[in-house]
Design a protein. Structure first.
Length: 212
């Protein structure tokens, strides 16, 4: 964080040059303006970076940023108003909105919402390719990347995150349809089924299917 300049710093610099600058009223005004601009810049940084800071916290690697238009779409917030106290206030606090009223989305806004949803999937695709969500632990899956939380599209099984930080993430953040919708949106990312499957054995003998 860059701290605003102060009169002491200015005086020290000028004293090193061997002279002292006389103090005028305009100097005080300049300092006040500088302080105001610094406060505004810090305020802007706080307003625009808290979501980025949240997504950057340890254990929140599964989350990605979405556009305000996507959050403003009532369809994506269906049912929350009856479950979240002070829902309208909380929503506008998240969006940094000044007015508690929500305008109806126009056709242009709907297009922006769809565009934001596409950007959201692209962001999740990048995380998927970087294996930020983890990989399947089964040997026959060959380190298959998994979408959250945590579904292997190769063996079609579900796992718990290995990290204790990510283990606290509720699957409701992503819903029951995200992995399948994700693979439908990017069908080329859907892997082929394993050519072999694990067969449990005891001393080299297969275990009968009726054995318990």
């Amino acid at each position: 964080m860059v701290l605003p300049s102060t009169g002491q710093n200015i005086g020290a610099e000028e004293a090193s040059l061997g002279f002292e600058k006389p103090k005028y009223v305009e100097d005080d005004e300049e300092l006040e303006i500088d302080n105001e601009e610094s406060d505004v810049s810090r305020s802007d940084a706080d307003d625009t970076s808290w979501i980025s800071c949240f997504c950057g916290l340890r254990g929140n690697e599964f989350f990605c940023e979405v556009g305000d238009e996507y959050i403003q779409d009532d369809f994506n917030l269906s049912g929350l108003s009856s479950q979240v106290p002070y829902y309208a206030y909380a929503l506008h606090l998240i969006l940094d909105a000044e007015s508690p009223g929500v305008d109806m989305l126009t056709e242009e806004h709907n297009e922006m919402v769809e565009s934001s949803a596409e950007c959201c999937l692209n962001a999740m695709l990048e995380k998927y390719q970087n294996m930020d969500f983890g990989r399947c632990a089964r040997g026959y899956c060959g380190g298959q990347p998994c979408p959250p939380v945590v579904y292997c599209p190769k063996c079609e099984d579900i796992y718990y995150p290995t990290s204790r930080y990510q283990g606290n993430i509720d699957g409701a953040y992503f819903g029951t349809t995200f992995p399948h919708l994700f693979l439908m949106s990017y069908p080329y990312m859907k892997p082929a089924k394993p050519t072999a499957s694990y067969v449990p054995r005891i001393f080299g003998f297969k275990i009968h299917k009726n054995a318990k």
